[in-house]
Design a protein. Structure first.
Length: 329
């Protein structure tokens, strides 16, 4: 899925660094003006490589390297190593295409991509490693803010993929209930920003990206409305404003206006406290914790009517076959 977009953006971005020679530093890559989401991914990949290398050393050490002060020193060392690290032209190409593939998938399927990136088929990971993986994120910063805040507030040492998915459910539910239109608008702005690298108009969106995004967010009413107005033109790009007009035309509150990024306005502390309070309450009922988790997940789901389900079934029958783009750590 999105193979053409990945190839075009990857080639365009790689051409920006070709003139740097056989090896170069991250600072040199930044100086080319390559998209900051790609820079963020490459930087995070280097940090994770340093982190993994350090973990190997610590496992064989006789000494205890835990503690905030020691951790701060390790962070400074990592930053210095990252600055000096020479990246080969071949490695830069791999990293750029990994970054493009991840960001395209993450923008349209954030929950699926986050779970794939962070857990990669593992049932449980350490809280420290999850924080490292969140450094890959450039868009949808609210995920990083809420997840890191949740870990800190709960003093978690590790987190399971099941708990992680439940938290993502709660984040989506909270944002959609508080301001669905603003969430959609700013998500579309982010999609347009990255999908149009190398282009002029940042407002053009592939219709498929809109459909997949709405489906993952369980905004099936918007999805049905979109397909009723645009039933066949799935390969064509549409202007973001026109798509929003179609999605929200029946909403009396819908107006065409410039909006500030919702991600900067989200009350993350309030959301963290709300999620934490729900978890504390569920922990007090230990005998049926698992049952309650399943109920919480099911409560967040919205089901299609039989007619809507039949209409959409054929449209997405091929999606799962094509969506397994590898997200390399």
């Amino acid at each position: 899925m999105f193979e053409k977009e990945i190839k075009f953006i990857g080639d365009f971005s790689f051409n920006q660094v070709r003139s740097l020679g056989n090896t170069f530093t991250l600072d040199k890559i930044i100086a080319t003006g390559i998209h900051p989401a790609i820079v963020q991914y490459i930087s995070a990949e280097l940090e994770y490589m340093i982190y993994s290398d350090r973990q190997k050393l610590l496992q064989q050490s006789y000494f205890d390297y835990t503690g905030k002060e020691i951790s701060d020193h390790f962070q400074k060392i990592s930053s210095e190593i990252k600055k000096q690290k020479k990246i080969s032209i071949d490695d830069s190409k791999k990293l750029i295409f990994q970054a493009v593939s991840f960001n395209i998938n993450y923008l349209v399927r954030p929950r699926w991509s986050l779970t794939k990136l962070i857990f990669n088929e593992q049932p449980v990971i350490s809280a420290e490693e999850m924080k490292m993986m969140l450094n890959y994120l450039y868009y949808y910063e609210y995920f990083k803010k809420v997840l890191t805040g949740y870990i800190s507030k709960r003093n978690l040492m590790q987190i399971s993929s099941t708990e992680f998915e439940i938290i993502l459910d709660k984040i989506d539910n909270e944002l959609i209930n508080s301001n669905q239109r603003q969430l959609v608008t700013n998500s579309f702005i982010s999609i347009g920003d990255f999908f149009n690298i190398g282009g002029v108009d940042k407002n053009l969106l592939p219709l498929t990206s809109v459909e997949i995004f709405c489906k993952e967010k369980n905004l099936l009413n918007l999805l049905v409305r979109l397909r009723k107005v645009i039933p066949n033109d799935v390969k064509r790009r549409f202007d973001r404003v026109e798509i929003e007009r179609i999605l929200f035309t029946s909403d009396a509150q819908f107006k065409q206006e410039d909006s500030s990024m919702f991600e900067t306005e989200i009350k993350t502390d309030e959301m963290i406290n709300k999620i934490d309070a729900e978890d504390v309450k569920s922990e007090q009922e230990k005998d049926n914790t698992l049952e309650k988790d399943e109920m919480q997940k099911s409560d967040l789901e919205t089901f299609l009517s039989p007619e809507e389900e039949e209409a959409l079934l054929s449209l997405y029958s091929e999606e799962s076959k094509n969506s397994e783009v590898v997200l390399n750590k």
